[in-house]
Structures are given as C-alpha cells and as structure tokens.
Design a protein around this ligand. Structure first.
Ligand SMILES: [Cu+2]
Length: 301
C-alpha cells in the first residue's frame, strides 16, 4: 500500500517536472495576451526582467535535475530494497565517502545558484542615473502618479469597471485604468514609491519590479523599458477590500510621443530634454545603459 502510494507520488513529481520544463522551453507568452492561459513568466520588457527570466530558467533546469535524480533514487530503493526483494537488511550505519558527497554536492549547487542570484540582486537594487523620475503613491484603492521633472503633471488612475470595459479599445477586465501611465522607451526611469494609508506594493511583472509602497517612507526601484506597448501590473500587498481592484496600466511610447503626452497633460518639457531631442537616433544613451550585470564590488554607494 505504502509502496504504491510512494511510487505514485514519485511518478507524479517526475511528470509535473517534465510538464513544467516543457512549459518554459516553449516561447514565453506575449504580455499583450496576458489573459490567454499564459505559461511561464511574461515576456521581459526591461534588462532586469531579462536577467530574472534567465535566472528563473536556470533554476528550473537545476530543480528538474534534482527532482529526477531523487525520484530515481527513491524508486530504486523502493524496488531493490523492499522487504520481499531484500529480506535481510544491511546493518551499515556510516559511509564516509557518501556522507562527504551528500554534503559537498548540495553546497556546490547552492554556490552555483548564489553567485548569479547576488549579481542579479545588486543589478536590480542599484538605481541608475535617472533620466525620468516618476512618483507613485498608493491609496485605498487606486494609484496616483506624479512627474516632478515635467511641471505639474499628476493624476490618479482608477480601475475601469468590468461593465464599462471595451475590448475593441484593447481594455482588459481588472487591468485597465481610466488614465494609463505613459512612459518613454529606452529611458532610465526611477520610480519613487510611497503610500498614504496602508501598505501597498507597486508591481509590474514585465518590468521585473515589485516594491512596497509604505506610508511615511520612500522606496525606489528602476526600469529601462526596451520596447513600446502596454504593460500591466497590480497591487501586490493585501491592502483591504479593494486590493484586487487597483491595477497598474503603463503605456510605453517613443520619446517624442511621450513629450506630446506631457504637454497634453499640462506639463512642461525641461530645456535639457528639449536640447537632447534633435539627436534621438544616436544610441549614446542606450550604450550607457546598465544592460550588463555589474559585479557586486562595483555597487558600493
Ligand atoms: Cu493596494
């Protein structure tokens, strides 16, 4: 009875691991089809999310190998050493070689995981020199945005009620807002995040960001979005009855379009941004972008 249960569990784990690894081997789902039964992570739209995706996939290979190895061992023991096949059990209690191996091998695996993990952590934690700062303020239950570099631009984004959703405009239930955030592509954007009432969390999966919005405290994170399009996020800290109804909708557009939008919101485009405008095609800015993982020693600030 126990045999059957254990072998069944073993087979189930192997099957689940195979399904999972097959899922990530396929192309990542398009973020625009966020509601169409996606598997794996959303398509990355920032270098940070690209690194997160690579790290996630690497972990999946490691964990799949471990699950298969341990399940194989388990099955071998169940079949080879059960009471019928092996009526007289061995009385061995120590095996130095085995004990060294099962200590050293997991340590090596942990080091293999820890090194890229810390590199990723430092990469995400260190804000680059901001070209645009966006202040994000969480409220029960909506998000307020301010663009301090661009005059008086500020607005509150509320969820569009399910009954008012218009799919022909690309609106998505529970994700679209009445005033989407507009951001320029290929720009170092720093988000300063806070809240006015309870703790919220500003999270946009395609950007690889999730940062708590805490009353009385300013947290920050950054993103450099490398493609235009519409991206969605949700509050990710349980904040009350409207927690599931304060989505984040971000439209990433090219820089000229962003400036037009700023002006349409009554904002002003600062001189230095105007001056940089004549040469938008020059890839100077993107070459300076922190697309390579800095080594941890670099990151002391
Ligand atoms: Cu919230």
């Amino acid at each position: 009875m126990t045999h059957k249960l254990t072998s069944f569990l073993g087979l189930f784990i192997v099957f689940a691991a195979l399904v999972l690894s097959a899922g990530t081997a396929m192309a990542a789902p398009d973020f625009s089809q966020i509601l169409s039964w996606p598997r794996g992570l959303q398509d990355p739209a920032t270098p940070a999310m690209e690194h997160i995706t690579e790290f996630h996939n690497m972990l999946l290979y490691i964990i799949t190998a471990i699950v298969i190895f341990v399940t194989g061992l388990l099955l071998y023991v169940i079949i080879r050493f059960n009471a019928k096949a092996n009526p007289v059990p061995s009385t061995t209690t120590h095996n130095v070689m085995l004990e060294v191996l099962w200590t050293v091998v997991p340590v090596v695996i942990l080091i293999v995981i820890a090194v890229p993990s810390f590199k990723l952590l430092f990469f995400e934690a260190r804000n680059p020199e901001p070209e645009l700062t966006v202040k994000v303020i969480g409220h029960q239950w909506n998000w307020e945005y301010e663009y301090p570099d661009y005059g008086d631009v500020s607005f509150t984004a509320n969820i569009i009620d399910a009954k008012d959703i218009d799919p022909s405009k690309g609106q998505k239930r529970l994700l679209s807002t009445d005033s989407p955030v507009v951001l320029p592509v290929d720009t170092n954007i720093v988000f300063e995040v806070t809240a006015t009432d309870v703790i919220h969390s500003f999270a946009v999966p395609a950007f690889g960001i999730k940062v708590d919005a805490v009353p009385g405290r300013l947290n920050s994170t950054w993103a450099r979005v490398t493609k235009t399009g519409t991206f969605y996020g949700q509050c990710s800290e349980i904040c009350g009855k409207g927690h599931g109804f304060m989505p984040i909708e971000i439209k990433v557009v090219d820089k000229a379009e962003f400036e037009d939008w700023i002006k349409s919101q009554g904002g002003t485009v600062p001189e230095k941004v105007e001056a940089a405008k004549p040469a938008p095609a020059a890839p100077v800015v993107s070459e300076e972008a922190p697309v390579d993982l800095p080594v941890p020693a670099d990151s002391a600030e």
